[in-house]
Design a protein around this ligand. Sequence first.
Ligand SMILES: Cc1cc2nc3c(=O)[nH]c(=O)nc-3n(C[C@H](O)[C@H](O)[C@H](O)COP(=O)(O)OP(=O)(O)OC[C@H]3O[C@@H](n4cnc5c(N)ncnc54)[C@H](O)[C@@H]3O)c2cc1C
Length: 408
Amino acid sequence: MKFDTDILIVGGGLNGTVLALALAQVGFESIILDTLPVDKRKHAAFDGRSYAVALSSQRMLSTLGVWDVVRNKSQPILDITVSDGKPAEGASPYFVHFDHCEIEEGPMGHMIEDRFLRRILLDKLAATDCVTHMAEAKVAHHEVDMAGATVRLADGRVLRGRILVGCDGRQSAVAQRSGIRRTGWQYSQSSLVCAVEHELPHQGSAHQLFMPAGPMAILPLPGNRSSIVWTERTKQANVINGLSSAEYLACLRPCFGEFLGDVRLAGKRFIYPLGLSLAQSFIADRVALVGDAAHGIHPLAGQGLNLGLRDIAALAEVLVQAARRGQDIGSLTTLQSYQQWRRFDVALLAAATDGINRIFSNNNLLMRGMRNLALGVVNDKPSVRRTMIRQAAGLTGDLPRLMQGRAI
Ligand SMILES: Cc1cc2nc3c(=O)[nH]c(=O)nc-3n(C[C@H](O)[C@H](O)[C@H](O)COP(=O)(O)OP(=O)(O)OC[C@H]3O[C@@H](n4cnc5c(N)ncnc54)[C@H](O)[C@@H]3O)c2cc1C
């Protein structure tokens, strides 16, 4: 049986590209297919997000030779303050303060803008021998048999690999065609995303302010700039997004407050509707799902991409171990090991982000009282704070080797 490659990757977003790099490091050949042209994905205005990259994810990107190239574009997160608040009134006096000095490993994470990370990943992909990157290649169909998976592109081309990995996002057609159902719902919330310049330095501090309509995150970027993830009810978010820059800032200021001095927009504005979307299985015959194709969660903890990177580290390790033992990398036993490794972490984080969003995104007085009490209790318990920092840094649980900064 002739194969064009070992692994076919559908979707060249952040997770698809990192997966191809991780597989190449252990000698697997892959073909990565994405609908969009490379120039479009590399364009600075393609995606306005900035990512909180957890310490373990940063270690993985270092091992893959990516972090050293993006390091000087990143901003360490030195502390995080979480509080309850109201527009115009600002934060309540109850809060939790997480300081990176509470763990010995260093900053719990770094902020990196999509426009830098995506471009560097695509450049690295182009320079990697074992990877064939096919852009403007829409996968229209796939089927599996006992030995491998075959994809048919919209232009009629056919490619065959030993396994197929769906990195094709929340609407994953790979999952649909594999008969994998999804659980989830829309949050009736959307995140307004932009970068702002401010008068005063942020000192590496991140702020998460839970407003009645949804959380607002103020996340430090290099220089006197911050990334804003401002969650509102979708109807209101659409109205705000349609305003002029001056009107937009006038809505932002009462939520943002004045602690960073005068604020102005630094770049384009973006909007992302929010929902929870979990695949009921991460595997099917000859198929694995990775990243948002497996799990799309609320962005309030800044963990969606980190979860995807943990999938990649686990999948690459499981596949290479199977290959070294002379086993079939696409066998159900191999793929089940991947699923078993990842299910609990994903379920826990999906439930935690969903629960926190429900508890915090309302103006109920009783809930507000309980939230403030809980924030005060956590802030007074160093051991609880430390555990939470280690979780946010991705240092807990059964970590794949790449997440420990070790080659596979
Ligand atoms: C507002 C917001 C803020 C966030 N902040 C953070 C953060 O701070 N930290 C963090 O860890 N995470 C964060 N996330 C989550 C993170 O952005 C996502 O988890 C991540 O970008 C998902 O990447 P992906 O590659 O899995 O999917 P996608 O980015 O959806 O990529 C899917 C790719 O598949 C391609 N594709 C789809 N169908 C086909 C097809 N038929 N054929 C070929 N190609 C196809 C698409 O073109 C696309 O390129 C945030 C999310 C949001 C909404």
